[in-house]
Design a protein around this ligand. Structure first.
Ligand SMILES: *Cc1c(COP(=O)(O)O)cnc(C)c1O
Length: 396
């Protein structure tokens, strides 16, 4: 993205609107959707040039697409990386990046808590291909340092992480990894680049589920990888091999969603903090987890590495499975659905996934808290959210 005349960088809300300026050769104010799988060459020389250019934006859509290029330019500007690549989902971004950067005999470190499918990649998939994995509790930097070996190639991070929004000190981990030549990847989905910029803290690769706050409307599935040109050149060949290709339509919806990311995040941050504070004061609530609350065990770290605390709030009610179930069912403004970062508020009663299969005693023995819910706060008016939650808490 070009800089303003005095070379001071634009602010994020401006980058979201103008970060793709100059890309595409048309005069439409709203960018076109390049709904084409393939792109023509005018002559043999141009065809050779297209075929031989890595990540060409208009050769074949699995390799690149002009609509992808616009989105990628904005995401790279937001994350402060040289470039960005899009994938068909967040898991497409994570699995492609990790598989591109390791080989048999390597050792990698991942966190105790990761998004469920990321955990599966490290627990089950990598060991099948001869990569050794050590899982470390992410708040324990000494354990992380002790886990590093001469053959450690990669550290996978995610902050804040499910289910209780545990944070990882990204700058501290980067400081351990960089001098040893170990690459770091951070999943920045829960925070979004408006609230946290891992690359500025020393992280090499920032990955996203763009399905969440970046898209912001619970309509598309997409992923992104933000990194240096040199790393992109290592990751891209794996991308075209695995083929996690974002459809041009979803890239366009993502572009449209991104234009309002800054204002949406501002409101989600404010709503989530206000609701978390209010919930903490309710007698039916046993505990609230939110990095923006002084009661969060890592609140000081949150203040240091985040500019806002994101849409996800976790809470435990005073009561068991039945009471929690009744609470979730009585909410009118929070929809019982997975995902986060979209315009409407969502809620997940984690134990309900197993509610039909396990008794409360069985849940307790496997560590599933029957009274635990996760909220992804949306853009409803805060007074209406409090009113709705207040009414539903009366049912507990
Ligand atoms: C949703 C999510 C993913 C996976 O993203 P998909 O787009 O569903 O593939 C990865 N990491 C985090 C933190 C997520 O919330």
């Amino acid at each position: 993205m070009s800089l303003p005349d005095d070379a001071t960088p634009w602010h994020d809300p401006t980058r979201l609107l103008h970060g793709d300026a100059g890309l595409g050769d048309d005069s439409a104010v709203s960018p076109p959707i390049h709904y084409s799988a393939t792109f023509k060459a005018r002559d043999a020389a141009e065809f050779a040039e297209m075929a031989g250019t890595p990540r060409h934006a208009a050769y074949y859509t699995r390799y690149g697409n002009p609509t992808h290029e616009r989105v990628a330019a904005i995401l790279a500007a937001l994350e402060g990386t040289e470039t960005a690549m899009l994938t068909a989902s967040g898991m497409g971004a994570i699995s492609t990046t990790v598989l591109a950067l390791v080989q048999a005999g390597d050792h990698v470190v991942a966190q105790g808590r990761h998004y469920m499918s990321t955990a599966k990649l490290f627990d089950e998939v990598l060991p099948r291909f001869g990569v050794q994995v050590t899982i470390v509790e992410q708040t324990d930097l000494a354990a992380l340092e002790a886990a590093l070996r001469p053959e450690t190639r990669l550290i996978m991070l995610e902050s804040p992480a499910n289910p209780t929004l545990v944070l990882t000190d990204l700058a501290a981990v980067a400081a351990l990894a960089r001098p040893r030549g170990i690459l770091t990847i951070a999943d920045n989905t829960f925070a979004s680049p408006i609230n946290q910029k891992p690359h500025a803290l020393g992280i090499d690769v920032v990955v996203h589920s763009a399905t969440k706050s970046l898209g912001g409307h619970h309509d598309l599935t997409a992923g992104a990888v933000c990194c240096s040109q040199a790393l992109a050149e290592r990751i891209w060949p794996m991308h075209i091999t695995l083929g996690s290709v974002l459809s041009p339509m979803d890239a366009w919806l993502l572009l449209r969603g991104l234009r309002t990311l800054a204002v949406r995040m501002e409101r989600m941050n404010a709503n989530a903090l206000a609701l978390a504070q209010w919930l903490e004061a309710q007698p039916q609530v046993e505990r609230v987890w939110y990095p923006g609350l002084p009661s969060h065990p890592q609140h000081a770290l949150a203040q240091r590495q985040m500019q806002g605390h994101g849409p996800v709030v976790a809470l435990a009610l005073r009561g068991g499975y039945e009471q929690t179930s009744r609470f979730v069912a009585s909410l009118q403004l929070a929809t019982h659905a997975v995902s986060l970062g979209g315009v409407e508020t969502l809620i997940v009663h984690a134990a309900a996934m197993w509610g039909g299969l396990m008794s409360e005693a069985q849940m307790a023995s496997t560590g599933i808290q029957p009274n635990f819910v996760r909220l992804a706060v949306g853009l409803e008016h805060i007074d209406d959210l409090k009113r709705d939650f207040g009414r539903a808490l009366q049912q507990v």
